[in-house]
Design a protein around this ligand. Structure first.
Ligand code: ADP
Length: 227
């Protein structure tokens, strides 16, 4: 990995509420530092699309905006973490979201002599989330995304990443589901993030500003904390 200044593997988690931009942000250290983005939501959606037992069990839960059980999330993540490319460091996004998941992550990492390098919390206002979430579109094939207002593609309706045009709204990006997801975030995820503060590894990014500025901030923090 030319130019990489990170002692490997670094483990940087990106907690934040739905619509905070975790998926978009995690792609930048992946590109800059060769770290691997592990999106719990994307892995669950792939498992659902593939019709695996875990994916099928998760489908209705995700549609309701509730948290999928720790057992299923951990099974899906462990499969991905067993692949050799994660040796370059990982950026889980949307994981951990419960105390059980945080404990399981610590256990898995301690087995190989590592721990969470940093938790970088993306801070946003709940009120802004409805617009963020209801305006976003993704492409299932390449994972590219855009937004009605904050991230328009260079050419209308054409993916900047692959040139495709089949954008779709995520099935769970509705106002009603968003309320449930925000509630789950505040009840279960926010308290566990505070735990990373007590460990002295919590950083924060104001994720309300323009995407380009936030994208510059994240690699700067990653380079600093992992140096
Ligand atoms: P968002 O952060 O915008 O909610 P994600 O793609 O991260 O989007 O998650 C979508 C859905 O997938 C969640 O609402 C939840 O149902 C499920 N999910 C994702 N990650 C987890 C997790 N770590 N634990 C439990 N459920 C999860």
């Amino acid at each position: 990995m030319p130019g990489c200044s990170i002692p490997l593997p670094a483990v940087v988690i990106l907690p934040g509420p739905p619509g905070a931009g975790k998926g978009t942000q995690a792609r930048m250290p992946e590109k800059d530092f060769g770290m691997i983005q592990l999106s719990a939501g994307a892995l669950l959606r792939s498992a659902a699309a593939a019709g695996t037992p875990a994916g099928l069990a998760a489908t209705a839960v995700m549609a309701a905006g509730d948290l999928v059980s720790d057992d299923i999330v951990l099974a899906v993540l462990k499969d991905r973490m067993a692949q050799p490319d994660v040796r370059t460091g990982i950026i889980p996004d949307g994981f951990p979201r419960t105390d059980g998941q945080a404990a399981a992550l610590d256990t898995e990492l301690s087995r190989v002599g590592h721990k969470v390098t940093a938790a970088i919390r993306l801070d946003v206002d709940d009120a802004a989330m409805v617009d963020r979430v209801s305006g976003r579109y993704t492409r299932a094939t390449c994972g590219g995304g855009c937004h009605d207002t904050v991230k328009q593609p260079a050419a209308a309706g054409v993916c900047d990443k692959c040139g495709g045009t089949d954008f779709a709204h995520r099935a769970d990006d509705t106002a009603e589901t968003l309320r449930a997801r925000l509630q789950a975030y505040h009840a279960q995820t926010a308290p566990l993030i505070a735990g990373y503060g007590r460990r002295g590894v919590l950083e924060r990014i104001d994720a309300m500003g323009p995407i380009a500025g936030i994208l510059r901030t994240l690699p700067t923090i990653v380079a600093r904390i992992a140096a």
